[in-house]
Design a protein around this ligand. Structure first.
Ligand code: PLP
Length: 462
């Protein structure tokens, strides 16, 4: 349906009453949005019945698609058994115990304990609090600064958005909080100088991190937060040797590493964790999204024994671990997450990702022959396609061309949901996509590119 909307239509009521996040709410009053009514497999249908292939799995998260009955049944069963119980004051519930056990068994490095919450933001906020708590506990109260990366994304609560390097999310919200710093984004395609190899670029990124730590004073820098693959920054896969070199710097200055696996965790990169794909050894690890296939809101923060021992010491001193949320470790999301992990195992979903990913990565790579596409790069079932006005000189489209937004729209019209992050088009389809689904996805993307071409042609050279 397009504007103007009939009075009392769902679109008119939506505009009247609902605030949409990460949306131009002034424009939305005129245009309205796409309201989804139902899902089936890897497709969603809007309220008018139009079908879309969901190449973003919603927000990088609906790993098992949109109609997995086993997850609905797990939620229903748990609601009948015990619909709610909390984790405060020495209470708990059974599904959270089983889920913690299962998640720890999958951890990429030895981890000691799990703290549950409801979203990736809360998991990262908890990690930030623990970074500070830990350094107080070990008698280093000056070591408190936290480094994130430009274009990093760790959520939207006050501390999580502070470690995020998304400028648009900082403007006029009075964040980042003091004590948060940002180092460079590892976008090799955009950032490398002529002739610079991936390895040389990675060395430069690690040198920039080291310089930042030295400038701030190593005794004040507490932790570094990073997504194995930068998601909301543009589905940016790191260049070869990047994580090895970054971790060497962190070890040298005794800086904790928090791996944000909210997008990468549970198969996205072809292994359970992005940490395994890139050899990352974190002190803490946050995960959410595919933990429950996003059928219920839940996140987990895994902490190693070193962090846990510090928490234990504080509890002995203070008398309580004074942190938590009403809905943390809620039994219903825990039950759904347990069922999700069982499905991953039974259906060998992570093997499946490795098997089908060449179809997606190869298919998107093949679009580099399109006049609008400069580069396609990804791993497993995550990829970013960079639109470029002049591929030879890597000259981007001018901002006023709004190339990314246009391609996102033409794809939507063609029945494909992708996400434009500036002029990078992100793909993170449900992990259950078949080779045929992925071929359809690439074909629809080409259709979207072709539809955008006449509008963008004037910006191309010659
Ligand atoms: C890497 C990463 N971390 C954290 C978050 C925040 O998660 P949530 O939106 O559940 O708070 C996101 C959300 O997209 C994310 O991509």
């Amino acid at each position: 349906m397009t504007a103007p909307f009939a009075p009392n239509s769902v679109h008119a009521r939506d505009i009247a009453y609902v605030v949409h996040h990460q949306t131009d709410i002034a424009a939305y009053r005129e245009t309205g949005g796409t309201l989804m009514a139902r899902g089936e497999g890897v497709y969603v249908y809007d309220e008018g019945g139009k079908k879309y292939l969901e190449a973003m799995a919603g927000l990088w998260c609906a790993s098992l698609g949109f109609s997995e009955k086993r997850l609905a049944e797990a939620a229903y069963k748990q609601m009948l058994q015990l619909p709610y119980y909390h984790h405060f004051f020495a209470k708990g519930n059974l599904p959270s115990v089983e889920l913690a056990e299962r998640v720890l068994a999958l951890a990429p490095v030895p981890m000691s304990k799990v703290l549950f919450s409801c979203s990736g933001s809360e998991a990262n906020d908890t990690a930030i609090k623990l970074v500070w708590y830990y350094h107080n506990a070990i008698g280093k109260p000056k070591k408190k600064k936290i480094i994130g990366r430009v274009r990093g994304y760790h959520g939207n609560t006050v501390a999580a958005v502070s470690v995020s390097g998304q400028q648009a999310m900082h403007v006029d919200f009075d964040v980042p909080l003091p004590g948060f710093r940002h180092t460079e984004s590892p976008n090799y395609y955009r950032g490398h100088t002529d002739g610079e190899t991936e390895e040389q670029f990675a060395t430069r990124m690690a040198a920039a991190l080291e310089q930042l730590i030295l400038d701030e004073g190593p005794d004040t820098v507490a932790a570094f937060f990073g997504e194995p693959v930068q998601g909301a920054g543009g589905a940016i896969t790191p260049p070869a040797t990047y994580w090895e070199k970054m971790q060497a710097v962190l070890r040298k200055y005794d800086v904790l590493l928090v791996a944000d696996e909210v997008i990468c965790g549970f198969g996205r990169t072809g292994n359970v964790w992005g940490c395994q794909t890139y050899g990352i050894k974190p002190d803490m690890l946050s995960c959410a999204k595919a933990l429950s296939a996003s059928y219920q809101p839940i996140s987990a923060l895994l902490v190693n024994e070193k962090i846990y021992q510090a928490m234990l010491g504080e509890s002995k001193k203070i008398g309580s671990f004074a942190h938590g949320f009403t809905y943390a470790a809620h039994p219903v999301p825990c039950a759904v997450a347990i069922e999700t992990l069982k499905i991953y195992e039974e259906r060998k979903i992570f093997d499946h990702v490795r098997e089908v990913s060449p179809v997606m990565q190869g298919g998107l790579k093949s679009t580099e022959d399109h006049p609008l596409v400069g580069n396609a790069r990804g791993v497993g079932l995550i990829a970013g396609v960079e639109l470029m006005a002049d591929k030879k000189t890597r000259t981007p489209f001018p901002a006023e061309a709004k190339a990314g937004a246009l391609v996102e729209r033409t794809c939507l019209e063609a029945g494909l949901i992708v996400r434009a992050i500036g002029d990078r088009i992100a793909f993170t389809p449900p992990l259950i996509m078949t080779e045929d689904n992925l071929r359809e996805m690439v074909a629809l993307f080409r259709k979207g590119l072709d539809a955008a071409y006449p509008t963008l042609k004037p910006y191309l050279p010659g």
